[in-house]
Design a protein around this ligand. Structure first.
Ligand code: NDP
Length: 478
């Protein structure tokens, strides 16, 4: 069985015991053995990133561009093989795995371009003979902590801007998906990333992640993951006055109005609720449906859900792969039971035993629910969606906003006035009209409000807010 090590200061080093990385579609398939580090490994990696920082911040924008561009090209060239590895490791379908790898490639190529588009301001002083320049500088050493559900795209959308704006990096990937992170590290090395500019330390959040967040040599932390971990990280960063960016969960509403075109609304809700096994922070978990179309919509959703093919992520006919692991599957099954105890009508949601032993679950629809139930307040992060009946637009909008989260919200309607009002009033970071709540572009801001996100937005040009800091220089010219 092949063994994979962490990358520290340009060297592949074993920082601790090796752990099996198992395929959730077939638990007898072990992908590889990955060495998990500890706090001492983080110390070495941070020292390497600090040592490499001055060289990287002063290197030409052309050199940064060339590295990111080469990584983007390699990801695209190897997208079939890496996408397959992603599906094997995380359980999303092969098409989704290849698509996500292509997205990572696009992200690297976008930020390659951004290396050449870093601009500042020149302003006249209010005093005579003084020039003012406002420029952006790197933050320094950035710690990146990533989740398992987008194991190549999320690392890409943190690594690429971090490097583009002149920072050096120590990354800790989710312990369920070290393989994709390792592939990105290998490609960075192959493409000529100088030693210490990018460091990868695999391992547990409670040891490696904790050490990275609380390390005094790390200037900023970008985290994507659960609300609980996000709050914990925010407390540590707050105490240390460390720059922090958190992307956390969602309980995203999709409103379906009486005038919705069901040939658009039903596929959008099936996609948003069940694709990627519902393991997306942007998933539509609350389908808020106006009374006049409620029964017709519920029947159409039930029928479409029943036609989804659940199976091995690598089987070309599979539409919904397995849940990522036993812990997440058990949590999903507990929510299905909770839905019953909250008097919802439950369709599907049972554990499935297929030929291969994996973590399979039938998609679940909860009917007859209301917005106060726990199933409609807490993020489930599985292939489960609720239908909630609304009296009219105002009622639907009020329920859409009645949540601790604020990542995405969608509406299906043909009425321009309602669509406009929804775009303006939804208390979220991203709004979709006649589109699934999940599925975003890579060149524009990504993030949310309320309990979903904290700190500057990710992606597109907005990423500069987090990965750089502003300097105002005054010079007497007299
Ligand atoms: P977790 O919060 O458990 O883990 C996220 C990352 O944080 C992992 O790398 C994890 O390591 C690490 N971590 C865990 N504990 C600590 C700690 N004490 N200090 C530092 N790092 C730590 O979330 P999941 O990976 O399980 O992802 C699922 C959750 O993430 C869902 O709630 C989902 O909504 C949210 N999410 C939000 C996204 C967004 O953009 N808003 C995108 C994707 C997911 P380890 O794996 O070793 O535990």
């Amino acid at each position: 069985m092949k063994k994979y090590d962490s990358l520290v200061g340009g060297e592949w080093v074993c920082l601790g015991d090796y752990h099996e990385n198992v395929n959730p579609s077939d638990v007898s398939d072990v992908i590889g053995l990955y060495s998990y580090g500890d706090a001492a490994g983080i110390d070495t990696a941070v020292a390497a990133a600090r040592a490499a920082q001055p060289g990287w911040r002063n290197i030409t924008p052309q050199a940064r561009h060339d590295l990111l561009d080469a990584v983007g090209n390699t990801l695209a060239k190897r997208s079939q093989e890496i996408g397959r590895m992603l599906s094997r490791e995380e359980g999303k379908t092969l098409a989704e795995g290849i698509g996500e790898t292509m997205r990572a490639s696009q992200v690297f190529k976008f930020f390659a371009g951004e290396c050449l588009r870093q601009v500042g301001d020149i302003q006249p002083s209010v005093r005579p003979d003084i020039d003012i320049e406002i420029t952006r500088e790197p933050v320094g050493v950035v710690g990146l902590i990533t989740p398992w559900n987008f194991p190549i795209a999320i690392p890409a959308w943190k690594i690429a801007p971090a490097l583009a704006y002149g920072n050096t990096v120590v990354m800790k990937p989710a312990d369920l998906t070290p393989g994709c992170a390792h592939v990105i590290a290998e490609i960075l090395v192959e493409c000529g990333c100088p030693a210490g500019v990018f460091n990868l330390v695999m391992g547990r959040g409670s040891t490696v992640g904790e050490a990275l967040v609380s390390h005094p040599g790390v200037d900023a932390i970008s985290f994507t993951g659960s609300v609980t971990t996000g709050h914990h990280i925010a407390e540590i960063c707050g105490r240390m006055l460390k720059k922090v960016q958190l992307e956390m969960g969602g309980k995203n509403p999709m409103v379906v109005m009486n005038d919705a075109d069901l040939s658009i609304a039903v596929p959008a809700c099936i996609n948003g609720t069940f694709f990627s096994t519902g393991q997306r922070c942007t998933a539509s978990s609350r389908l808020i449906v106006e009374a006049g179309i409620h029964d017709e919509f519920a029947a159409a959703m039930t029928k479409a859900m029943g036609q989804l093919k659940i199976g091995d992520a690598l089987d070309a006919s599979t539409q919904i792969g397995p849940v990522v692991d036993a812990k997440q599957l058990n949590s999903n099954l507990e929510y299905v039971e909770l839905a019953r105890s909250e008097a919802a009508q439950v369709i599907g949601g049972e554990r499935l035993e297929l030929t291969k032993k994996g973590f399979y679950q039938a998609p679940a629809l909860f009917l007859g629910t209301d917005n106060s139930m726990r199933i409609n307040r807490e993020e489930i992060f599985g292939p489960c969606g609720s239908i909630i009946k609304a009296e009219n637009f105002d009622h639907a909008l009020a329920m859409a906003n009645d949540t601790d989260f604020g990542l995405t919200a969608g509406i299906c309607t043909q009425n321009l006035k309602m669509a406009r009002e929804f775009k303006r009033s939804a208390e979220v970071g991203m709004v979709m009209v006649n589109l699934p709540t999940a599925g975003v572009d890579y060149h524009v801001a990504f993030g949310g409000r309320k309990g979903s996100s904290y700190g500057p937005r990710e992606q597109g040009r907005y990423a500069a807010e987090f990965y750089s800091t502003v300097k105002t220089s005054y010079q007497f010219a007299g």
